[in-house]
Design a protein around this ligand. Structure first.
Ligand code: ADE
Length: 259
């Protein structure tokens, strides 16, 4: 899969993603990350890309023209790397903005099915609305807070999507059985030693009994989701026995707090 980032700070993207698991995935050729510096497409002799907002107000606005030119350049690049027949190709383009839909695991899974994904990073007070109208297919936020630019959100999204590409994680199944699959949080994990500061590893994990271990982990996921993210639990597909288990757990913890 190829990620393309339209940004004023390409070094930030490249430096942020070329280590650890994502760095190895790039080295192995499983994914590629291509940055396009919007500033390279400024026709201004001082290479300026921003200007004052019409109507007044604080801050500067990124001009439509360099963004559009950077986009056209990128789309031509992508088309050239593809077989014939992509003349009408309109790529998926995410604008990283606090005004977007909030990014989720479901969105990461959807994006991971694409061959090319473009992310546009804003800065200052935003980007001229006209170019956004022309090129953006999805407005996406990484959460209800405001950052100084779209680069960190772009890196967050690329990381979450890239780890779903087959081969990126060492263990192919590990991205399937994790937090937020089925809207349940992951069960707690332990490694050696068996005793740490007086705290023991749960006995069942030492038993070697796989069915019991699996059942315990599922219960722990349910408890953890109830305690930490009850909002997710409403969407979690619990079977009858699991719903009963949860009801008992809730009753038990309520009577514990009353005592
Ligand atoms: N740009 C600034 N804040 C952002 C956010 N929360 N999500 C995505 N892009 C942003």
């Amino acid at each position: 899969m190829n990620f393309h980032v339209l940004t004023l700070f390409p070094d930030m993207i490249m430096q942020g993603l070329n280590t650890s698991i994502i760095g190895r995935a790039i080295e192995k050729g499983l994914i590629s990350i291509n940055t396009i510096n919007i500033r390279d497409f400024s026709e201004d002799k001082h290479k300026r890309v921003d200007d004052y907002p019409y109507g007044g107000g604080a801050g500067m606005v990124i001009k439509a023209e360099p963004v559009y030119k950077a986009y056209e350049h990128l789309v031509n690049q992508i088309k050239q790397s593809r077989p014939e027949g992509f003349a009408e190709y309109k790529p998926r383009l995410i604008y990283a903005t606090p005004q977007g839909r909030v990014f989720s695991q479901t969105m990461a899974e959807e994006f991971a099915r694409l061959d090319d994904l473009i992310i546009l990073c804003g800065h200052y007070e935003g980007i001229d609305e006209r170019v956004l109208e022309l090129i953006v297919t999805d407005n996406v936020s990484i959460g209800d807070y405001v950052l100084t630019g779209g680069e960190l959100p772009a890196m967050v999204m690329i990381d979450a999507v890239a780890r779903l590409i087959p081969g990126v994680l060492n263990n192919d199944i590990s991205s399937e059985f994790e937090s937020l699959r089925d809207n349940l949080l992951e069960y707690p994990q332990y490694t050696r030693p068996e005793l740490f500061m007086g705290m023991k590893v749960p006995e069942v994990l030492l038993s070697g009994h796989h069915a019991n271990i699996e059942a315990w982990r599922r219960e722990q996921s349910i408890i953890r989701t109830y305690e930490r993210r009850p909002d997710l639990l409403e969407k979690a597909p619990l079977n009858k026995a699991e719903s009963e288990f949860l009801k008992k757990y809730i009753n038990q913890s309520q009577s514990d707090t009353e005592q």
